[in-house]
Design a protein. Structure first.
Length: 132
């Protein structure tokens, strides 16, 4: 018997792959590549921020809390629900990253970003507004 968590993960991966494929077919291959690498690049970013002494402790605590929430089987919206099941996770990641970028500054994010320039541009556009 299949685990509901495994089925949910496979559905989410399948939908993500379809979305990326749609971007590629629409002639937006660079966007598709940047989005495909975004999650792994954000994990590397989180690891770098956690190890940086210049990052405030409250930001590190938020990152640890986010990782615990994402790893937890208990969610606000169950992951087995197609599309909306992972939406709460995505929103929480975006809000946490936005708060960290505003608290620690975009320069720390730039320093620890190991992904593509397009991915960094996307992360900063979603999380950082000077003076805002």
């Amino acid at each position: 018997m299949e685990s509901p968590l495994l089925v949910a993960a496979l559905v989410a991966i399948g939908l993500y792959a379809l979305f990326l494929g749609g971007l590629a077919l629409a002639g937006r291959g660079s966007d598709a590549r940047a989005l495909a690498r975004l999650v792994p690049d954000c994990l590397v970013l989180a690891r770098g921020l956690l190890g940086d002494r210049e990052v405030p402790a409250r930001c590190k605590a938020a990152l640890v809390g986010l990782v615990v929430y994402l790893a937890s089987p208990i969610d606000l919206v169950p992951d087995f629900l197609p599309v909306i099941g992972v939406l709460d996770d995505a929103i929480l990641v975006a809000l946490t990253l936005r708060w960290i970028v505003r608290a620690a500054g975009p320069d720390l994010v730039r320093r620890h970003w190991r992904g593509t320039a397009r991915g960094l541009q996307l992360v900063l556009r979603l999380t950082y507004r000077p003076g805002g």
